[in-house]
Ligand binder design. Structure first.
Ligand SMILES: Nc1ncnc2c1ncn2[C@@H]1O[C@H](COP(=O)(O)OP(=O)(O)OP(=O)(O)O)[C@@H](O)[C@H]1O
Ligand SMILES: [Mg+2]
Length: 224
């Protein structure tokens, strides 16, 4: 499903403040796997996830998603793949603060022109599972950090994505909500959804059968 070959990401290349954030990453992820990526702050985790999700392009190397070379695609093609196939939960949530919870959850479908009653119903079901019935019509900037995080999760789960990519999805959640979410991810994974999670939380990593670490831009698989 996913193949990275010698992927590098260099920010501000050629300037004296350039950062080599991902170094020669080789990564193969098969359909139906559930993966945790851990590593210190600044080690390149979000950078890697942004490449995996098609939000940013590698500086060099190849990245294949479902057999297509994403690293050579136009911005528009990459956007389309992301919008249809990848549910991403961003570290900073990526929500529109001035808009309502329900509209934020349905945003990908609004963008791709697939917004309809069935999507609204599904969004409400996901918000219910995430314990957010009370805030469906509230504006996002009136919510707590943990509520915002659960809105971002609801949005990714409403997409029918084949793959969920999550950047610290439990960073703002308490232990009870963390365990609930991980059990839900496990259930999705047993239905064949591929799940990739970046986390500092060992409890979260423990739910994932396959683990990688990132250290100073270098990714390594941990023997399990
Ligand atoms: N847009 C950017 N422009 C320049 N440098 C960047 C940019 N984004 C990240 N970096 C740098 O790349 C390196 C990796 O950052 P990244 O955000 O991927 O780390 P991280 O592992 O996700 O950290 P954290 O655990 O704190 O979220 C850091 O040195 C960071 O300063
Ligand atoms: Mg990060």
């Amino acid at each position: 499903m996913i193949q990275m070959k010698r992927v590098n990401k260099i920010y501000n290349q050629g300037k004296n403040y350039e950062v080599h954030a991902i170094k020669d990453a080789d990564l193969e992820i098969n359909k139906g796997e559930m993966i945790a990526i851990t590593g210190p702050s600044g080690s390149g985790k979000s950078t890697l996830l942004h490449i995996l999700a098609g939000i940013s392009k590698p500086t060099s190397g190849e990245y294949f998603f479902d057999g297509e070379d994403v690293s050579k695609m136009s911005d528009i093609s990459r956007c389309k793949i992301r919008n249809k196939k990848i549910g991403i939960i961003m570290q900073d949530f990526g929500l529109l603060g001035d808009d309502t919870v329900i509209r934020n959850v349905c945003l990908p479908q609004m963008i791709s022109g697939q917004y309809n009653k069935a999507i609204i119903e599904k969004a409400k079901r996901m918000l219910h599972i995430m314990g957010l019935d009370d805030v469906v019509k509230k504006k996002v900037n009136q919510l707590s950090g943990g509520q915002k995080q659960r809105v971002a999760i609801s949005r990714a789960l409403t997409m029918n994505a084949k793959i969920i990519i999550a950047d610290e999805p439990t960073g703002a959640l308490d232990k009870q909500n963390t365990e609930k979410l991980m059990r839900f991810f496990k259930e999705l994974n047993s239905q064949g959804i591929t799940i990739i999670i970046v986390t500092h939380n060992l409890l979260v990593a423990d739910f994932c059968p396959i683990r990688y670490t990132l250290t100073d831009g270098v990714i390594k698989r941990i023997a399990s």
